[in-house]
Design a protein around this ligand. Structure first.
Ligand code: COA
Length: 332
């Protein structure tokens, strides 16, 4: 059998943000902070927050539908749905709910957890299924509702995060548009950023006690995470560029995980990528975890910044610790 169309292309994008908007001024009435502190240390001005009845699968489905429409295919054409999330509505996974909500009855669906690197890890995972000839049409969604898991009294973390979802359609093509990638992890630094199970004992019999389901709010060593990001992200991008056999001068757009404007600036500076090529929307949305790269990508495609054939470097980093970069040309 001769396998054809083993190239990978991203052919559609979509995004969805909850309507509720919390700006720094209002947030500073809840915790001891200020617009000046948040904006100067992070670049964030406001964030969108899901209400208690909104679900990750709901916003992810809206983003996925828009991506499928842009790609010009039917939900019935979708072979695989990957939901990159750390905040599934259900610990057993939320991707199957998306499958139902978008009517992708022929698809297999599963969740993937790699925190804020989830979109890049998902893109690489999707590419493996396409390059082996198994699937032709994949929907990858990065979606998170971190507001549920933030301690809203902890000013060192609550100012950073927001909610949202972004999606892409990844298709098999003759000419490969995914030029290179590199993904990494380092569990020795796992304690820098956690949303971890909170052990609580539940005695069953005199000899056996088990845990009771509960999670602690997000804890973070901000300085360590900052140091990790500005060192590791340029390294992993360099590696992916090497694999793609292109130089930074050939890069049209840098889309980093939207964690902190100072991280975006430092990484761009280390790579010698001018600021007009750096896509940033974190002033409006804060850190939306796995959603941040596909939301930024979708906005830049829809507002005409990113055009077919443009070379994009996408790089995610976060809890795990995990980090990674993918180099691709937009569209077919
Ligand atoms: N408002 C006002 N003051 C605050 C504050 C807030 N929201 N949060 C912390 N502070 C205070 C601290 O208590 C500290 O006060 P002190 O000097 O009296 O002790 C001071 O501001 C400086 O805190 P520090 O933590 O040193 O600030 P920083 O310059 O390192 O910035 C982060 C903090 C969190 C913005 C920064 O470390 C960061 O962005 N790290 C990366 C985090 C990240 O991206 N996480 C997600 C990765 S996916």
């Amino acid at each position: 059998m001769i396998l054809q169309n083993l190239g990978v292309a991203i052919t559609g994008s979509g995004s969805a943000l909850p309507a509720n908007c919390l700006d720094n001024e209002t947030l500073s009435k809840l915790v001891d902070t200020s617009d000046e502190w948040i904006a100067s240390r992070t670049g964030i001005r406001q964030r969108r927050l899901a209400n208690s009845s909104q679900s990750v699968s709901e916003i992810a489905s809206i983003a996925a539908k828009d991506a499928i429409a842009m790609a010009g295919i039917s939900p019935l054409d979708i072979d695989l749905i990957i939901l990159a999330t750390s905040t599934a509505d259900d610990l057993f996974g939320s991707a199957c709910q998306i499958q139902t909500q978008i009517g992708a009855t022929n698809a297999v669906a599963f969740d993937l957890t790699a925190a804020c690197s989830g979109f890049v890890f998902g893109l690489v995972t999707a590419a493996q299924f396409i390059r082996t000839g198994v699937y032709q049409n994949v929907v990858l969604i990065g979606g998170d509702i971190l507001s549920r898991w933030v301690d809203w009294q902890d000013r060192s973390t609550c100012v950073l995060f927001g909610d949202g979802a972004g999606a892409v359609v990844i298709q098999a093509t003759e000419s490969d548009r995914l030029l290179g990638f590199e993904i990494r992890s380092d569990g020795t630094q796992n304690n820098c950023l956690n949303l971890s199970y909170s052990p609580e004992s539940q005695p069953l019999t005199p000899g056996i006690e088990v845990g009771k389901g509960n999670f602690k709010p997000i804890t973070m060593n901000g300085k360590e995470v900052y140091r990790f990001a500005v060192q590791r992200v340029p390294e992993v991008i360099d590696k992916a560029l090497f694999r793609a056999n292109i130089t930074t001068e050939q890069v049209d757009w840098l889309i980093l995980h939207q964690a902190n404007q100072r991280i975006l600036d430092a990484v761009a500076q280390r790579l010698n990528i001018p600021s007009h090529k750096v896509i940033s929307n974190l002033a409006s949305y804060g850190n939306t975890s796995a959603a941040s790269i596909p939301i930024a990508l979708d906005e830049a495609v829809r507002n005409g910044q990113i055009k077919t054939g443009d070379t994009i470097v996408a790089s995610g980093f976060g809890a795990g610790l995990t980090w990674g970069a993918a180099i691709f040309k937009w569209g077919i």
